[in-house]
Design a protein around this ligand. Structure first.
Ligand code: NAP
Length: 254
């Protein structure tokens, strides 16, 4: 049976698994970072493969016909491993990557290349809303001046900044809710990765409306030569027309 491996951990990965049914065998792979993940339909496997070589072995053992890298735009190691494993096995790879956010009139964005640079950009601030994920907190742990409101899906683990409060929550968020949150905590600056998408974009609108500064962490680049599409619909169209070849062909979403 035609087998699609989706490297997941995003809403797009879940929506693609839904869109592919009925039709091929769909296996979604999750890293296992979130305690209670929202599960997609179809088969789900959890945990690392053991690097690019481990993923290549998995592709061969499971007779995978196509890999869709639908991981988060900041999951650069997994994307690199997927590109390497696809190259060594000859299994076609499609990257499903939502576009980043675009600055609009009224925005006060400060783009930085990585989390350490984001920490440098907020070192002198007093009240910071940090939405870069609990695993990014060590980059801010040395900062003693700012008070951080940290929002994450699961509780943070040390090292964390000395002055912080945690808000456990997961999107989608509303502009009204984000505006109230920023106001209630007297936030001066918002720190975010350029994740893109609608689920977490409301904080940017709220920050613009309140005239707050946003420190925007740039995305890591895609692996060289990656074939990438921006939407689930484009991924489905690509899989339907581009996968017949020497292997079995896909009746994706039929
Ligand atoms: P990463 O740094 O690129 O990956 C580190 C290692 O975790 C990989 O080498 C791989 O281990 C394993 N891994 C990552 N994604 C996997 C997947 N979908 N299935 C199986 N193993 C996976 O990734 P990350 O930034 O820690 O993100 C982990 C997961 O969380 C990703 O699936 C991503 O989509 C999701 N996520 C990440 C972010 C973010 O900001 N980074 C935000 C939201 C969701 P092996 O080398 O052993 O195979």
């Amino acid at each position: 049976m035609f087998t699609v491996l989706i490297l997941g951990g995003t809403g797009e990965a879940r929506r693609l698994a839904v869109a592919l049914r009925p039709g091929p065998r769909v296996v979604t792979s999750l890293a296992g970072r979130v305690a209670r993940p929202v599960l997609p339909p179809g088969e789900v496997r959890v945990g690392g493969f053991g690097g690019a070589a481990g993923l290549a072995a998995y592709l061969t053992a499971e007779r995978v016909d196509v890999v869709v890298d639908a991981t988060h735009p900041f999951a650069a190691r997994m994307s690199g491993n997927a590109a390497e494993a696809a190259a060594t096995t000859g299994v076609p790879l499609l990257v499903l990557r939502r576009p980043g956010w675009t600055e609009r009139p009224g925005d006060r964005w400060h783009r930085v290349p990585d989390l350490p640079a984001a920490a440098g950009a907020v070192a002198g601030a007093d009240r910071v809303f940090l939405t870069t994920g609990r695993r990014g907190l060590p980059a801010f742990a040395h900062l003693t001046r700012p008070w951080f409101l940290v929002r994450s899906v699961d509780p943070p683990e040390s090292p964390v900044p000395p002055r912080m409060a945690t808000l456990l929550d997961r999107g989608p968020f509303t502009v009204a809710g984000e505006t109230a949150l920023l106001r209630d905590h007297a936030i001066e600056v918002v720190v975010t990765k350029d994740s893109g998408g609608e689920m977490t974009a409301a904080k940017l609108t709220a920050a613009r409306d309140l005239g707050l500064r946003v420190v925007m962490v740039d995305r890591p680049p895609l692996p060289p030569g990656a074939v990438a599409v921006p939407t689930v619909e484009a991924a489905l169209a690509h899989l339907t027309r581009a996968t017949p070849g020497p292997r079995r062909s896909c009746t994706c979403g039929s």
